[in-house]
Design a protein around this ligand. Structure first.
Ligand SMILES: Cc1cc2nc3c(=O)[nH]c(=O)nc-3n(C[C@H](O)[C@H](O)[C@H](O)COP(=O)(O)OP(=O)(O)OC[C@H]3O[C@@H](n4cnc5c(N)ncnc54)[C@H](O)[C@@H]3O)c2cc1C
Length: 552
């Protein structure tokens, strides 16, 4: 039997306090740059390359009213956010985040992010579902890529930032084992280049690990979105909130040969309309009959669900599509753009246009097959207004720990996130966390940290069980904990997840950690927490829709 090769290394920058950020999306990198500019030394641990993140894939943009004196604009953005949140938003959080947007956008511009401008030099603003006005700054349809480019380039060149790519955080190290109230003192990470486990000291640790879309088969999220930060913090004793609120994006490209590639809501903002086969057929016949292209809007089944039709908020549109697919038995509906200006669409959405070409589809021409896909985790680690999580048992602030970006639940999104509000929330909280640390610099944690348990572990000989268990997990979540839920199916999911949890626990205790086992262990825990929250809910609200709770 092969001996365990796990090596524990204690890392500490002598003298200076050490700030460790896990994750290199918008939240992690923005926070790192802000701290580094103030003279702090920051380590950024990240799973793959620094750019590998949901941030890098964000298309639509970032919602913001730039002029703080624009009372009407601010009030309208606030109103749309609250409406989307279905009565569950924290109103003071919404007011303060939207009020801070202009300053944070200026920060992004200062870092070098380039947003699209019109011929007059003014920002070109887009509109998405649930927004009553054009207020979304964007870089064509690759806004996240542009943000990630500017942030990662700045971070790479900053002398106070050490980027640690290919490092996978495994578990947080409590300052006192079994006592979350004493806080966090570090993190164990798998260096994927050497397969060694490192013990990384942290006087302050910031989780910026993003969401967990990989729990579902159909997801717009990148492979790194496996809920690691949420699971690590939960195991360490942190409180979670609102995990049942999973946003499914209504318009992911549904082709057999490709992952569900997102088609931004801004496409509907420009006039794209969702039709089923019947609506498409009727609309095409009408166009032929009157020998001109009429608007497809009145042929959309989404009108049965909201007067805003295809432009209703995501929860309504995703549910409408889910229902229609169940009625028709088809695998997709269509996003229709052929009534719109083809040249304009190709110029606004070049990334989507080129992706469609791979499948022989043309914007402004072909009906695009679409279906919903898991997209955004509204819930997460329950945090205060500067990103500090709470200890689950005591309700006290979790010492030396912060959570920012999609891993956190701030109260901004309530029961449903308004499109393009998440990049905004991430940047605002990243800034607040950094400012708080700058004004309250961390003290050095002096005690030596425990090393990773290395004895008696073996290399995983057969990987098939991990692959099977992951498939089983994703199948369960997709079938039983999807857009439309029922108690019987949620309970069935809970039973299956418990079994999967026992299986992975057995592997975990005996194997040298690999990325696949670490992620599976985290995904199962997060799946259990999502299901538990969904079962506990006695009312439908926002993104949580349980057919058994519908009042006749
Ligand atoms: C396709 C797509 C389109 C979107 N479009 C928009 C949009 O237009 N507007 C908008 O506001 N929002 C959009 N969103 C949502 C938005 O992109 C995310 O909510 C936001 O980018 C999250 O930022 P983050 O920094 O919290 O996490 P991420 O950007 O996901 O970054 C997480 C980081 O953590 C790292 N990580 C995770 N686990 C570990 C670990 N164990 N160890 C080390 N590193 C780890 C990852 O590798 C990654 O670097 C979109 C999301 C997707 C998927």
């Amino acid at each position: 039997m092969k001996k365990c090769r796990v090596v524990a290394i204690l890392m500490r920058t002598s003298g200076a306090s050490q700030i460790v950020i896990i994750g290199s999306g918008i939240a992690g990198l923005f926070c790192a740059i802000r701290l580094a500019n103030a003279g702090h030394l920051v380590k950024v641990i990240t799973k793959q390359r620094p750019i590998d993140s949901s941030t890098n894939w964000a298309q639509g943009g970032i919602a913001a009213i730039l002029d703080k004196t624009d009372g009407i604009g601010l009030a309208s953005h606030i109103e749309d956010t609250l409406k989307s949140g279905d009565g569950e938003c924290d109103v003071s959080v919404v007011n303060s985040v939207i009020g801070e947007a202009g300053d944070r956008i200026q920060d992004l511009l200062d870092i070098g992010v380039i947003f699209e401008r019109g011929a007059d030099g003014e920002f070109h603003l887009a509109k998405e579902g649930g927004h009553s006005n054009r207020r979304i700054l964007h870089s064509k349809d690759a806004t996240g890529k542009e943000i990630e480019r500017a942030l990662s380039q700045t971070a790479e060149q900053h002398e106070n930032i050490e980027l640690m790519p290919n490092n996978l955080a495994i578990d947080l190290i409590q300052a006192e084992h079994g006592n979350p109230n004493a806080g966090i003192a570090g993190v164990w990470c798998l260096d994927q280049n050497t397969q060694e486990v490192m013990t990384v000291h942290a006087d302050t640790l910031i989780l910026a690990t993003g969401g967990f879309g990989q729990l579902w088969y159909q997801t717009t999220n990148p492979k790194v979105a496996t809920g690691d930060g949420l699971a690590m913090a939960y195991r360490a004793g942190a409180r979670v909130n609102n995990l049942a609120y999973i946003q499914f994006h209504p318009t992911a490209l549904a082709t057999k040969s490709d992952r569900p590639f997102l088609i931004t809501e801004a496409m509907r903002g420009e006039g794209g309309v969702i039709l089923d086969d019947e609506g498409l057929d009727k609309w095409q016949k009408q166009c032929k009959k009157v020998a001109t292209i009429v608007s497809p809007e009145q042929y959309s089944f989404t009108l049965k669900h909201s007067a805003m039709g295809s432009m209703a908020t995501r929860d309504i549109v995703a549910r409408a599509i889910d229902k229609q697919l169940k009625i028709t038995g088809k695998s997709h509906v269509y996003l229709v753009t052929s009534h719109l200006d083809e040249t304009l669409l190709n110029s606004h959405f070049p990334t989507i246009s080129s992706r469609l070409k791979r499948h022989g589809l043309k914007l402004g021409h072909d009906p695009l097959p679409i279906s919903p896909a898991a997209h955004y985790a509204v819930g997460g680690l329950d945090v205060d207004d500067i990103g500090r999580p709470f200890v689950r048992e005591s309700g006290k602030i979790f010492p030396r720990l912060y959570a920012i970006g999609e891993v956190a639940c701030t109260g901004m999104h309530g029961a449903n996130r308004l499109a393009s509000n998440s990049l905004l929330e991430a940047v605002v909280y990243a800034s607040r966390t950094a400012e708080h640390i700058i004004s309250n610099p961390p003290t050095n944690y002096q005690k030596e940290l425990p090393h990773w348990r290395a004895d008696g572990l073996d290399n995983l000989f057969e990987h098939a069980p991990v692959v099977h268990d992951k498939n089983e997990l994703r199948r369960t979540m997709s079938q039983e904990v999807g857009i439309v839920r029922r108690f019987s199916r949620l309970n069935r999911a809970a039973r299956r997840l418990e079994l999967l949890g026992q299986e992975v626990d057995r592997l975990w205790r005996t194997s040298i950690p690999t990325r696949s086992i670490i992620e599976l262990r985290n995904l199962i825990l997060v799946g259990q927490l999502v299901t538990e929250d969904a079962i506990a809910r006695k009312e439908n609200c926002g993104l949580h829709f349980n057919q058994d709770l519908v009042k006749e």
